[in-house]
Write a protein that binds this ligand. Structure first.
Ligand SMILES: [Zn+2]
Length: 551
């Protein structure tokens, strides 16, 4: 084929429709694939041609092979299912990577196993230095009771210990940690936080919630070097690439995290693309430096300003209008006043920042939407794409307001499956209004997929099982009215994630001109029994035309 007829042919396939391409010769061709493209104009395809890290053409085996020449690398996918790469729209990769690097992984199934792991770490740590742990889950240990201060005292009496719940809003500390922080039985709870007490003795039980964590946090010296940060990003991006994730939104980045992603990319160690939301205390300095949402490139980009409104679902501290089941006095926790939230949001909104606020409970979501509505009344901006992070417990009227604002919810994708045993605290009726994918899609809202890892596992295949079946790992059904189809769940996990970062013209579907990010699966999710979606193996992951994972 001549260069001009090649160009005509590519034009006829819709190439160049989105972005100007530098090259018309493919470098790689993938063929014999069973592709679900998530491009409504061309939903199924057998083959793609790739050049300069982007899709050059998408079509049938014959159409794409016609573009080939002897220099082109040709990969026969032997009928394998291919999807656009998954986009995890709310996760904490650098935070998680740092913990994987240095802390005790407490994703263990008994308190005695956790004690053993803490004891072992303490034996390698100088007395008086901190022993830190993460990913503890109070509902998954065989003792059927939560970890206590006494458990940690027994494991490490001469080290201050702080174990984070995997939800990230509560932690468990020992007596020495309390002593170093000057917290005694008579210390009052800080605003927006709680030092929990044993209900039978009224004594501190070691659990600290929300803002009370800062009393301990500020005592812990940061021992991570710039190299550690880069290593952390390398480690977590490898783990996520194995699962088929090609882009992430870091939901609460610091300047150190942002630098770590850039360092990892420069070192060739970043295997996924990062849209980095920036935690609000850093925003003033960034605004002064002229930074706003969107700055960066297709690998590392500055995302929204991130704030938090209430507690967590997995730790049962989200702020609800109706109390938790079995705890009639407990409505959860709000962590910031509405006026403070408005003032900070207004400044960021005016400076061109997207805003994302963590709001789980319906009370918190109402507050966040009220602030967004006020901003658009006072300082209307075209297409601000406000985000409601998690947006877990909704009502019809909240959904209508989200639609009217064009806002984006990022609900937990793997919670029904992974955190099933916590769902009873919310009750069957309320579960039909939680992680409300069906309601969001029916309202035309571009809801995303989001793990919040560490709080939820990040595997996209687990997300599909959770969202399609609304069953937990034991098969219990939670909120069946929110079920979606497999194809809808895939669209939510790909194209909608791209929209949430203003990148829907760059990625999220397999179409000419977009970044060549895709995942090759061992089985076709559209033909799979819904309960076994979670078991579909990921064979390969491609980012920018390069394989970043091959099984
Ligand atoms: Zn989060």
């Amino acid at each position: 084929m001549s260069a001009s007829s090649r160009r005509d042919f590519l034009q006829s396939l819709g190439a160049f429709a989105l972005l100007p391409l530098r090259r018309t010769e493919p470098q790689t061709i993938l063929y014999n694939a069973n592709m679900l493209t998530i491009d409504t104009r061309n939903p199924r395809a057998q083959a793609v041609a790739i050049a300069d890290g982007r899709f050059l053409a998408v079509g049938s085996n014959d159409e794409i092979r016609a573009l080939s020449n002897s220099q082109v690398e040709k990969v026969d996918l032997q009928g394998a299912a291919v999807l656009p790469g998954f986009i995890d729209a709310h996760t904490h990769p650098c935070y998680a990577g740092l913990r994987h690097l240095r802390q005790v992984d407490c994703d263990l199934r008994s308190i005695s196993d956790i004690q053993a792991a803490v004891r072992q770490r303490a034996s390698q740590t100088p007395p008086g230095a901190w022993v830190l742990g993460f990913k503890y889950d109070d509902t998954k240990t065989s003792e059927g009771r939560p970890l206590t201060r006494e458990d940690l005292d027994a494991a490490a009496p001469s080290h201050p210990v702080r174990i984070e719940h995997r939800g990230g809003h509560t932690a468990y500390v020992n007596s020495l940690a309390f002593k170093m922080a000057g917290v005694s039985e008579t210390t009052p709870d800080p605003a927006g936080g709680r030092f929990d007490r044993d209900p039978s003795t009224s004594r501190l039980n070691g659990r600290i919630s929300e803002n009370a964590r800062q009393v301990i946090e500020k005592l812990i010296p940061s021992t991570y070097s710039r190299d550690d940060y880069r290593e952390a990003v390398k480690l977590i991006s490898r783990l996520m690439s194995r699962a088929g994730i090609t882009s992430v939104h870091d939901a609460q980045g610091s300047p150190e995290d942002l630098r770590a992603y850039q360092d990892a990319h420069a070192a060739g160690d970043l295997s996924l693309r990062v849209y980095c939301l920036i935690d609000y205390p850093h925003i003033d300095r960034m605004i002064e430096a002229g930074v706003r949402t969107g700055l960066g490139n297709e690998w590392v980009r500055v995302g929204a300003m991130k704030m938090t409104c209430d507690g967590s679902i997995s730790e049962r501290t989200a702020r609800l209008s109706e109390a938790y089941v079995g705890r009639p006095e407990d409505y959860g926790i709000l962590v910031m006043t509405e006026e403070d939230r408005y003032t900070r949001s207004r400044k960021a909104h005016e400076a061109g920042w997207q805003i994302g606020v963590h709001a789980n409970g319906d009370v918190a979501i109402d507050i966040v939407l009220r602030v967004y509505e006020r901003l658009q009344r006072e300082l209307p901006r075209r297409d601000p794409r406000f985000r409601v992070e998690h947006c877990t417990v909704v009502t019809d009227s909240l959904i209508q307001r989200i639609r009217a604002l064009g806002a984006i919810p990022t609900p937990f994708s793997t919670y029904v499956y992974y955190h099933g045993e916590k769902m009873r605290h919310y009750g069957l009726e309320r579960l039909n209004r939680m992680f409300a994918l069906r309601s969001f899609l029916d309202a035309g809202i571009r809801v995303t997929q989001a793990s919040d890892y560490p709080p939820g596992p990040f595997e996209p295949m687990m997300a599909l099982r959770s969202e399609v079946t609304r069953t937990d790992m034991k098969g219990n059904v939670w909120g069946p009215s929110q079920r979606v189809t497999v194809e809808e769940a895939i669209r939510v996990g790909t194209l909608h994630g791209a929209y949430a970062s203003f990148e829907e013209n760059l990625k999220g579907s397999i179409e000419p001109g977009k970044l060549a990010d895709l995942v090759v699966l061992g089985r076709d999710p559209l033909k799979e029994q819904p309960l076994s979606l979670v078991d579909i193996p990921v064979q390969r992951t491609m980012v920018g035309g390069r394989w970043v994972f091959e099984a």
